[in-house]
Design a protein around this ligand. Structure first.
Ligand code: ATP
Ligand code: MG
Length: 454
């Protein structure tokens, strides 16, 4: 984001330091989780008998880690402050705290299942690998919540004094998470794990270093080349080349009728291509139906909201999850939407048609989020809304990015859309005429004149 390029004030750098420590600790865990996945598939696919020492050390590592985090002044301070500042986060904080306790219990079970699996190979494999897979899934979810919700919220709500308080807690001599002695022990455990890990797994190397420290890292997610689309005889998009990297917000600006919505509909699979090629995560989309695209994570919030006006707010949301069957998961997500958009909880039994424009936009976004998008296509989310609501919508878009969703944002409100964007494209009568970073486009003479009214 832009602030990385400018000098940080001491307050900002204290904040980034505190967050950095937490995130780095998580990185260690991510690598362990990846290793567990590899070991799991080695055991299941290659029918390799597990190495008991290696698994035991990994379990030690996770156990130590979670115990320490659970009693670390830094974390306690952060949780406590966040609970005070953001009562709506309290249920999540409680859930995460409970998660630590449950995780502890599950680890004990895993150790028992591991010995059973060793003694009774291969019969014991299934129970062990099943429990292990569920465990790693839960732990990943836990870390994602902390990184995707807790930290962004703290970042948003905490004052410099709060960060100072956290820094003080951290600097207390024997913080069990960050003290020198503890780091030493951790290093030792990690080295043992590495030494027991078969060479072909590449140990706990730097493979995923980027994932968290730079969630905006540049893995191409969507790639469009030479795309053309027509309505009848009239070609409205000509030779479009656009790509979107995972974790980015990319904005597309352009005048009325330039073809912005048509492009989004082509990406969603609602408009056929005349020419050109689109890939999503390297896979060709040519034969992928629009429903399948939703299931794969490409989800569009159409222009003009288009909620089902005669259905309740809640039914609208639930319909967004139509590509997913699992009802418990859907209920959890519904709860998440209500946390994100409290007004929708309040109005959950109202008909969608009774909502204001801004509320309908939130509903449309909430419905799209129910499909668990990885690439969210937003078509003019600010259209026709009052300035204060527009602010709120853009705040939500920022938050979604922090949660790891990649966003392609179509807007006529060019200044805000470009200020938010990592990169942007300008579309004129069906052609990309300018592209660059959000910052570049904001200072581009032509863009300023044509789209920013300057
Ligand atoms: N269903 C349709 N049938 C025929 N022509 C269409 C249709 N929809 C759009 N067009 C034409 O295609 C071109 C691109 O339209 P599109 O809606 O994609 O533009 P846009 O950039 O989204 O515009 P806006 O800012 O008004 O939303 C326009 O010339 C439009 O008139
Ligand atoms: Mg449009």
């Amino acid at each position: 984001m832009t602030e990385q390029h400018t000098e940080m004030t001491p307050d900002q750098s204290r904040r980034e330091q505190a967050i950095g420590i937490i995130v780095r600790e998580h990185q260690g865990l991510w690598r362990i989780l990846d290793l567990l996945d590899q070991l799991l598939s080695d055991m299941n696919v290659n029918e390799q008998r597990p190495d008991e020492r290696l698994f035991s050390r990994i379990f030690d590592y996770i156990q130590d880690f979670s115990q320490r985090v659970h009693s670390s002044p830094t974390d306690i301070e952060l949780y406590k402050l966040l609970g005070e500042k953001s009562p709506e986060t309290v249920p999540l904080l409680d859930k995460l705290s409970r998660g630590y306790l449950i995780g502890h219990q599950k680890l004990l079970e895993l150790r028992t299942l591991l010995s059973a699996c060793m003694e009774n190979w291969p019969e014991g494999r299934e129970a062990f690998s099943h429990a292990l897979a569920r465990f790693t899934e839960a732990l990943r979810k836990h870390i994602r919540k902390e990184e995707g919700v807790i930290i962004p919220r703290a970042r948003k709500l905490f004052t410099p004094e709060d960060w100072e308080q956290i820094a003080v807690a951290r600097d207390m001599e024997n913080d069990p998470l960050f003290g020198e002695r503890v780091r030493e022990e951790f290093r030792e455990l990690r080295h043992q794990i590495i030494s027991y890990t078969p060479e072909r797994f590449g140990g706990l190397g730097l493979k995923h270093e980027e994932r968290i420290s730079a969630p905006h890292a540049s893995q191409e997610m969507l790639s469009i080349s030479g795309l053309a689309t027509s309505y009848g005889q009239i070609e409205v998009l000509h030779d479009i080349d656009i790509h979107i990297n995972s974790g980015e917000i990319v904005s597309l600006v352009g005048a009325n009728g330039a073809g912005k919505s048509t492009l989004l509909m082509s990406i969603s699979g609602l408009r056929p291509l005349d020419r050109g090629r689109m890939t999503f995560e390297g896979k060709d989309l040519a034969k992928v139906s629009s429903d399948q695209r939703v299931a794969q994570g490409i989800v569009q919030v159409p222009e003009g909201r288009q909620v089902f006006k005669d259905l309740s707010v809640q039914d609208n949301l639930v319909l967004g999850a139509y590509t997913r069957g699992r009802s418990q998961e859907v209920r959890d997500d519904l709860e998440r939407m209500y946390t994100k958009f409290p007004i929708l909880r309040q109005k959950r039994h109202n008909l969608a048609g009774e909502l204001s424009g801004g509320q309908q936009q939130m509903l449309a976004m909430g419905r799209a989020l129910m499909a668990r998008p990885r690439l969210l296509l937003l078509d003019e989310p600010s259209m026709g809304l009052a300035p204060l609501i527009i602010e709120e919508i853009f705040d939500i878009i920022r938050e979604l990015k922090e949660e790891g969703i990649t966003i392609f944002l179509v807007e006529q409100n060019a200044s805000q859309a470009l200020a938010l964007a990592d990169r942007g494209y300008v579309l004129e009568t069906g052609q990309v005429v300018i592209e660059g970073t959000g910052r570049d486009l904001l200072s581009n003479e032509k863009v300023r004149e044509a789209y920013l009214g300057m």
